[in-house]
Design a protein around this ligand. Structure first.
Ligand SMILES: NC(=O)c1ccc[n+]([C@@H]2O[C@H](COP(=O)([O-])OP(=O)(O)OC[C@H]3O[C@@H](n4cnc5c(N)ncnc54)[C@H](OP(=O)(O)O)[C@@H]3O)[C@@H](O)[C@H]2O)c1
Length: 278
């Protein structure tokens, strides 16, 4: 049995689908089973990663765990999983985590690094997925695109290598179900470096419209974003975007090497998500 946490999430839902397509037995965890739309024949279990001691039923019979760095109690969570019989953990981390440093660059990297440390210390088989920016982050512009051609956002010239969430999931499925991935830290990127302005233009091409950014200052963005997220996380995200204006990420071929097919382009992602923007 494979337990998928974050099974309703942007990557987790594709991990569930990918495992089911290959005939694996899947248990999908969510905090709200009533609301979750999990495909059959996956079992659905309630669970909160912030309450590891309540996860006994979710972990029963589980050998491999797809883990999200959520809930904030990494050590206890990994300990409970190991005692429950889990033998392999595939952790969705982030490409922002740095190896061999005393301090991580920001709060987002530190949250994920704490989970990586706990998993690496566990004595279990482990694989870390370290993706670049998700293509799906561009959904943050969807409401504005639905109501007009201008998107107000900071740092339109930030350069990233947006990765399709299905490609992260495809790598997760291989690491969950095959041997040979123990100790791997897969830096996962899409196939191209794009600015946020390029991404918005690509969405416009799919819609047959000319979309443009109206750049807002970081201070204004911070004011808006802290209404929904903790200040330390907002600062980390804005700092990452500021740094990404001057520094393009290194592209990797890890998706192709592990999942056996080239990483999808942002244009492919945009075509699939056309309805979200109309
Ligand atoms: N977005 C990016 O560009 C990016 C890049 C690199 C790494 N990451 C990392 O990837 C992960 C996913 O990010 P996302 O923003 O795309 O989120 P998401 O997967 O869309 O949604 C979060 C998922 O986590 C579950 N979840 C949240 N809190 C939970 C808890 N306490 N216990 C159990 N499940 C919980 C939710 O499930 P229920 O609501 O159903 O319980 C939901 O399925 C994060 O760790 C993020 O830092 C993101």
């Amino acid at each position: 049995m494979i337990l998928v946490t974050g099974a309703t999430g942007s990557v987790g839902r594709h991990v569930v689908a990918g495992l089911l397509a290959e005939g694996h037995r899947v248990r999908a965890m969510t905090r709200d089973p009533e609301r979750a739309d999990i495909p059959e024949p996956a079992e659905v279990v309630p669970g909160d990663l912030g309450e590891p001691d309540q996860l006994g039923a979710a972990l029963r019979g589980v050998r491999a765990l797809y883990l999200m760095a959520m809930g904030g109690v990494a050590d206890r969570l990994v300990d409970v999983a190991a005692r429950g019989g889990v033998r392999r953990i595939v952790l969705l981390s982030t490409g922002d985590v740095l190896d061999d440093v005393e301090r991580q660059p920001d709060a987002v990297a530190e949250v994920h690094a704490a989970f990586e440390r706990a998993v690496a210390r566990s004595g279990l088989e482990w694989t870390f997925l370290r993706p670049n920016e998700f293509a799906g982050n561009s959904l943050q512009w969807a409401a504005q695109v639905r109501s007009g051609d201008t998107v107000c956002a900071p740092y339109p010239q930030a350069r990233t290598a947006p990765i399709h969430e299905r490609d992260i999931a495809a790598v997760a499925v291989r690491a969950l179900t095959e041997s040979g991935h123990h100790g791997a830290k897969y830096l996962l990127t899409g196939p191209e470096v794009l600015t946020h302005a390029d991404q918005l233009a690509a969405i416009g091409t799919v819609l047959g419209r000319r979309l443009r950014f109206d750049e807002i200052p970081a201070g204004r963005a911070r004011e808006l974003m802290t209404r929904y997220a903790p200040a330390a996380i907002v600062d980390a995200v804005l700092d990452q975007l500021a740094a990404a204006v001057g520094r393009a990420p290194v592209l990797t071929d890890a998706v192709h090497e592990v999942a056996g097919r080239p990483a999808r382009t942002f244009e492919e992602w945009a075509c699939e998500h056309r309805p979200d923007f109309t």
